[in-house]
Design a protein around this ligand. Structure first.
Ligand code: NDP
Length: 498
């Protein structure tokens, strides 16, 4: 038994999909298309127009016109907020369809997309809709030392940055689009969104939904295509005022270089190698499934996956054994099979990358206690894997694997643990499992990470800021912190001559 595809989904994938520029569906200027595969089988799922430099130019022009001249720039904040709220409502209304597209394109279980990705995306738009009417500046008292006796009226305005390019990955395709679009729109910017080549479908359906919600033409343009062509052209484009990127740290550095041409603003949400710490006083019934969920959720294809598990030496065998038992019991299969708990990795490239790390771990002498192999002989399935007996210099300990693979090591003291946990180029997330509030908060303070979860993991909310220390990124997504990444501050100073 599998989930029966809605007719609208069948129609959506059976028709070649076009680019969305200036409110119109158009072919790529080159006429080229690319195929997006179904990761559960490797077969072609749909054909998509492939954007390149010329399409980027057209989309930037459309976004600029919508920013400078369109109804968007004249709308009240309240009207803007209402459209953004309606986008959230429509995502909820089309939730089954969107979850099916997401499962087909990315491989994740339909039930997970339906319970997590879709409602989180809807809520993100609703949370950001509320901010539209609350973007405020300050009034400021001046004491200019070289103008004694002068009086001033000074204030700040928070204004949109302008035309924003947003380049997103494939692990949560719709949700990453929502994280990026919500704050850009509520602050009045216009956008060119480039979804990942592996998962363009839900972003294209979202373009239809945004038009249905009343978003004026040109405010959001959607350009599927390749990173090295369309993505690079967007990051370098002189007509783009800001680029927001989520993906690998390696490409994040390329974005920074490309942005230097016109010094466009940059925000980055990059990789991670997050520590998840289990102390000796834990309830194993919470900590063991918690540690398994931290790494295996979304097949480990999470920037914030708890991929380095540190367990107090007195509980190491029990906790790691428990996580390994869960790993062995996870049912792999097509995302559309209701029994499936873990789907395939997103692509052949990702499959080869993850299995390459499994090989390198074995070659370097690490011990695989669960999984470690491909699952089946079709599609991109990898067994949930638990590895021990590692050393801090191994590539499986240092590098982001982005698959269902956790490396576990024991610790004895808090000082030793804090040093090991922070011994990484990344600083995105961390988990702590303990009944002792003193230990929990003392360690939370010492960890160099943008999010610390205590006795939970992978808890996301539109109100909770998310982003990285160190090489995990620049700036924050979500919460009110993200609004700073999409606004310029203008200081206005008037001398009063009464
Ligand atoms: P990338 O960083 O290559 O892809 C992310 C996005 O950037 C995609 O839209 C991609 O386009 C685009 N892109 C790629 N190259 C450029 C470029 N030169 N200029 C502008 N945009 C570009 O990630 P991958 O998909 O290759 O995954 C590789 C690794 O990245 C993973 O194994 C994982 O470690 C990490 N990653 C981290 C994510 C996170 O959430 N922080 C998400 C995804 C990956 P396209 O895909 O169309 O080529």
């Amino acid at each position: 038994m599998t989930v029966t595809l809605e007719k609208s989904v069948q129609d959506f994938i059976s028709t070649p999909r076009q680019l969305f520029i200036g409110g119109q569906w158009v072919d790529a200027a080159s006429g080229r298309t690319f195929a997006t595969p179904n990761p559960a089988t490797g077969d072609t799922l749909a054909h998509i127009a492939e954007a390149d430099r010329e399409d980027v130019d057209r989309a930037v022009r459309a976004a600029r016109a919508a920013f400078e001249e369109g109804p968007w720039s004249r709308m009240t904040a309240s009207e803007r907020g209402r459209i953004i709220w309606r986008i959230g409502d429509l995502i909820e209304q089309y939730g089954d369809e969107l979850a099916q597209l997401e499962s087909l394109d990315n491989g994740k279980p339909y039930a997970v997309a339906r319970a997590a990705d879709i409602p989180l995306a809807a809520e993100l738009f609703r949370y950001m809709a509320g901010w539209a009417t609350k973007i405020e500046g300050n009034t400021i008292s001046l004491s200019v030392p070289y103008m004694p006796g002068s009086e001033f009226h000074a204030y700040t305005l928070r204004e949109p940055i302008g035309v924003v390019a947003q380049i997103i990955p494939w692990n949560f395709p719709l949700l990453m689009a929502a994280w990026k679009l919500g704050p850009a729109l509520t602050t009045g910017n216009t956008v060119i969104l480039k979804p990942a080549e592996q998962t363009p479908l839900s972003a294209l359906r979202l373009a239809e939904i945004m038009a249905e919600a009343g978003l004026p033409d040109g405010v959001v343009n959607v350009l599927p295509g390749y990173g090295e062509t369309a993505g690079a052209a967007l990051a370098a484009h002189d007509g783009v005022d800001k680029v927001a990127f989520t993906g690998s740290t390696e490409v994040g550095k390329l974005i920074v270089q490309a942005a230097a041409g016109n010094l466009k603003k940059v925000s980055l949400e990059l990789g991670g190698k997050s520590p998840n710490v289990v102390f000796d006083d834990v309830d194993p019934a919470l900590a063991i499934p918690g540690a398994a969920n931290a790494i295996f959720f979304n097949h480990g294809q999470c920037c914030v996956a708890g991929s380095r598990l540190f367990v107090h030496e007195s509980r190491f065998d029990e906790v790691v054994g428990g996580v390994a038992d869960i790993a062995r019991g996870i049912k792999l299969g097509s995302g559309l099979d209701p029994e499936t708990q873990m789907g395939p990795l997103v692509s052949d490239e990702q499959f080869r990358r993850v299995t390459g790390y499994l090989e390198s771990g074995r070659a370097e002498g690490a011990r695989t206690v669960a999984g470690g192999q491909r699952h089946g002989d079709r599609g991109y399935f990898v067994q949930p894997t638990v590895i021990t007996d590692t050393t801090p210099d191994m590539s499986i300990v240092r590098e982001e694997i982005f698959g269902p693979v956790v490396v576990a090591s024991p610790f004895s003291s808090l000082d030793e643990l804090a040093a090991q946990a922070n011994d990484t180029a990344y600083g995105l997330g961390a988990g702590i499992w303990t009944r002792d509030v003193n230990k929990a908060h003392a360690l939370a303070k010492r960890l160099r990470a943008g999010t610390v979860w205590i006795n939970c993991y992978n808890v996301f909310d539109a109100a909770l800021p998310f982003g990285g220390y160190k090489q995990s990124g620049w700036g924050r997504e979500m919460g009110h912190e993200v609004l700073e990444a999409y606004t310029e501050v203008k200081a206005v100073c008037t001398q009063l001559h009464p």
